[in-house]
Ligand binder design. Structure first.
Ligand SMILES: NC(=O)c1ccc[n+]([C@@H]2O[C@H](COP(=O)([O-])OP(=O)(O)OC[C@H]3O[C@@H](n4cnc5c(N)ncnc54)[C@H](O)[C@@H]3O)[C@@H](O)[C@H]2O)c1
Ligand SMILES: O=c1ccn([C@@H]2O[C@H](COP(=O)(O)OP(=O)(O)O[C@H]3O[C@H](CO)[C@@H](O)[C@H](O)[C@H]3O)[C@@H](O)[C@H]2O)c(=O)[nH]1
Length: 324
């Protein structure tokens, strides 16, 4: 297959490109490099273009014939979405609409969309499955849920085939090296913990210690970025035989507190990791853990990285590499 990877210069997208290549598929990356990295993508497959500029999209679709699209582009910082909702709805919803229109005109009829656990809001069950109510508590989650709704409407109106994958917390790096997580500013827990282990960054802070969890800090479900990549290819294959709009939750089904992640990183790195206790971060639910039974059952998804130490170890190798 020849796949358009929107946002392929970013963290998860660059792993997707590499995974598709290993499976014998071809990728073209569309990215405006706003948070992505030019060096994460081979120059011969990179199309620098912006979803907010429809004319640049038309050019990309005119130059290539795609079998499908995987769409990673987004603004994705929860806190920023609360203070800048227009920017979030514009990029994540209007940008996606431009992409869907360009796909429609070019007669490309399948898309895998990066959705998020943030569509659920505060969980009402210990494990979040696809039937869990969707009540996002921040504009970021709301923008992703709006796109899921648009995709469902497009299935009926235009026969668009889509799969929304709600990732829980993406983590780790390709063990083969050379790519990994590098956001600026970095807000994610594991990279910040590893930076603290390296003596980099502005000091690790733990947000909140009064949640009703086993040690008072937030619980999250960390899923390896290569396992996310494998789910996307399974979704593309699934849509060959299955029309309509599909949704799957992707996680390991096991939650770790912030303090447990720090402890696991101490074991992996063999370094001391100091932190300061801080107030709760706005928009953080206490616990987010996925039930991914549907993805396992329907897509045949089998995550390979189930151990938090192993996931952190792949990230640690990336953080110590010259490419980071
Ligand atoms: N990282 C996580 O834990 C996580 C969890 C759930 C969902 N997601 C979603 O997964 C996707 C990828 O996340 P990531 O961590 O790799 O983010 P990222 O910021 O590293 O990658 C996003 C990429 O999209 C590009 N982009 C953004 N807006 C664009 C536009 N208008 N036009 C063209 N390119 C544009 C950026 O330059 C970047 O390369 C996002 O949609 C995010 O919301 C991430
Ligand atoms: O320096 C830090 C960074 C994070 N945290 C805490 O660690 C947990 C995880 O935070 P983070 O790594 O920022 O991930 P989330 O806020 O859970 O968000 C991620 O996971 C969501 C789905 O679960 C996605 O929607 C988002 O895009 C993705 O960034 C939260 O309790 C944070 O408060 C800290 O205590 N200190």
């Amino acid at each position: 297959m020849k796949i358009l990877i929107c946002g392929g210069a970013g963290y998860i997208g660059s792993h997707m490109v590499r995974y598709l290549a290993a499976q014998g598929h071809q990728s073209v990356v569309l990215d405006n490099l706003s948070t992505g990295h030019r060096q994460a993508v081979s120059p011969d497959i990179l199309e620098v273009a912006d979803l907010l500029e429809p004319s640049s999209l038309t050019g990309v679709f005119a130059r290539h014939r795609f079998d499908g699209v995987i769409h990673f582009c987004a603004r994705s910082l929860v806190g920023e979405s609360v203070s800048q909702p227009y920017a979030y709805y514009e990029n994540n919803v209007a940008g996606t609409l431009n992409l869907l229109r360009a796909m429609h005109e070019a007669k490309v009829d399948r898309i895998v969309f990066s959705s998020t656990a943030a569509v659920f809001g505060n969980p009402q069950a210990p494990l979040i499955d696809e039937d869990h109510p969707t009540q996002p508590i921040n504009p970021y989650g709301a923008s992703k849920l709006m796109v899921e709704r648009i995709l469902a409407d497009a299935a009926g109106a235009y026969g668009l085939r889509s799969t929304a994958l709600r990732y829980f917390n993406a983590a780790g790096a390709d063990p083969a090296g050379g790519i990994g997580e590098s956001h600026q500013p970095e807000t994610h827990l594991i990279p910040n913990v590893l930076r603290a282990a390296l003596g980099q960054g502005n000091g690790l802070r733990v947000f909140g210690n009064d949640y009703s969890t086993r040690d008072g800090t937030c619980v999250r479900d960390y899923v390896h970025v290569n396992d996310l990549a494998s789910a996307h290819l399974l979704a593309l294959e699934y849509m060959q035989a299955n029309e309509g709009a599909h949704r799957f939750n992707l996680g390991n089904g096991q939650g770790f507190t912030v303090l447990e992640v720090i402890e696991a990183a101490r074991r992996v790195t063999g370094r001391s990791i100091d932190f300061a206790q801080d107030a709760r971060r706005q928009g953080d639910p206490a616990v987010l853990v996925a039930s991914s039974d549907k993805a396992r059952r329907v897509l045949g998804w089998r995550p390979r990285f189930v151990d938090i130490g192993e996931i952190i170890e792949t990230a640690w190798r990336w953080h110590q590499s010259p490419a980071y």
